[in-house]
Design a protein around this ligand. Structure first.
Ligand code: NAI
Length: 383
């Protein structure tokens, strides 16, 4: 009897339906090869939810996910006129998905803007709930900005603050930073990876990003003292905790990528470096990701809804397919995960790819989204 696992899934808007149709059989076959049967249970969000319930994010979806351990989603568009700024942000906040984890490595055969993309093998842990993304922002000359500005000038010695400035607030907490960094350190230790780098802009934002850096070193010393060391110490067999100023990290990612493994970073820095690294390895459209709380691993295609090609069977389902590989790895099935990656590699080696990837594969033959899914599902290790 195959082991059953419940996976909640959100179809997503735009190209969501077609990439799911292509990706799910591939993921199911890989699970089956590991003796697992996925019990997919759909939850509503986005346009489909509006049509069926009138709300883009029904309570039932959030409540079910609060009790779930595995879920996966397609891309969600920004609902117009509902008062929800972003469904993705609402999901992250509502479910306390505090760690956004993005593995980045090169898929051989994809052309990239750098000479040695194969040297990039990093996993980014981006804090997902704090920082300037907390949404505390007031427009220039608004009553709120004027009130806050006058308080800052008069009570807190911020005389240089212009009276007509827009104001944004950057909250970062010890708890929020430490839980993200703790998770990154555990991840590196479990996989025997060489280093965790704390990426921050603490030289300028001393009490927010500088604190992130310090809290990171504190967690490493206080909770993993026997297993970690600083860069200066470099004790054999221990995980090295590095730290880098964000702008230097961007240089390092290009100049010495092989020296970096796990990156733990605040929200905004993480947003930038995730996309920059994905572009560096030519994988911006195919990168998978997961958002995690302490109980839920919520895998998501990292691209958007691609409205201009939606419904045309032209989309690339690779990001969702690779989410399936991440999920299998997460539940302790690395071989099944590897079969999915090998299937994708074989399709690229055979130069049969969707239109978006054709520009990166010399002599490519363009296939549709559904054909691409069939090619992946036909990979021998998935039979
Ligand atoms: P996008 O990622 O949808 O599109 C950017 C470009 O990449 C377009 O040329 C698109 O055709 C192409 N593209 C994206 N995914 C593709 C795929 N799987 N196969 C082939 N081509 C693909 O980003 P955009 O246009 O900025 O956003 C469109 C909508 O998606 C917006 O409503 C945005 O809010 C939402 N979005 C949702 C995300 C999520 O749910 N995680 C992430 C990013 C955007």
């Amino acid at each position: 009897m195959a082991e059953r696992k419940i996976i909640y899934w959100i179809e997503g808007d735009g190209i969501g339906p077609e990439i799911w149709r292509a990706a799910r059989p591939v993921i199911d076959r890989a699970a089956k090869s590991a003796g697992i049967e996925f019990d997919w249970r759909e939850l509503l969000a986005g346009e489909k939810a509006v049509q069926k319930t009138g709300s883009p994010l029904p309570d039932e979806t959030l409540e079910t996910l609060k009790g779930a351990d595995l879920a996966m989603k397609g891309p969600l568009g920004t609902p117009v006129g509902t008062g929800i700024r972003s469904l993705n942000v609402a999901l992250r906040k509502g479910l306390d998905l505090y760690a956004c984890i993005r593995p980045v490595s090169h898929i051989p055969g994809l052309e990239t803007p750098v000479k040695h993309p194969e040297l990039v093998n990093m996993v980014i842990f981006r804090e997902n709930t704090e920082d300037v993304y907390a949404g505390i922002e007031f427009s220039a000359k608004s009553a709120e900005a004027e009130k806050l500005g006058s308080f800052l000038r008069n009570e807190l010695n911020c005389a240089a603050l212009p009276p007509d400035a827009a104001i944004g607030i950057k909250p970062m907490t010890e708890k929020g930073s430490k839980r993200l960094i703790r998770r990154a350190i555990k991840y590196a230790l479990e996989r025997k990876l060489p280093s965790v780098t704390l990426m921050h802009k603490g030289n300028i934002m001393k009490f927010t990003e500088g604190a992130f850096r310090q809290w990171g070193h504190d967690v490493a010393r206080d909770e993993f003292g026997d297993l970690t060391c600083t860069e200066k110490e470099r004790l054999p067999g221990r995980l090295v905790i590095k730290d880098r100023i964000a702008d230097a990290m961007f240089q390092e990612a290009l100049l010495h990528p092989a020296e970096y493994s796990v990156i733990a970073t605040p929200n905004l820095d993480g947003d930038y470096i995730s996309d920059a690294l994905a572009a560096q390895v030519g994988g911006l459209g195919v990168a998978p990701g997961v958002n995690m709380s302490d109980t839920l691993a919520f895998f998501e295609a990292t691209h958007g809804t691609a409205p201009t090609i939606a419904g045309q069977d032209r989309a690339n389902p690779s990001s969702l397919v690779l989410c399936g590989a991440m999920l299998l790895e997460h539940i302790g099935q690395p071989e099944a995960a590897q079969s999915i990656r090998a299937a994708l590699q074989a399709a690229i080696d055979a130069k049969t790819v969707t239109g978006d990837l054709a520009a990166q594969v010399e002599g490519a033959k363009i296939v549709s989204c559904s054909e691409f899914g069939k090619i992946l599902a036909a990979y021998p290790a998935l039979q």
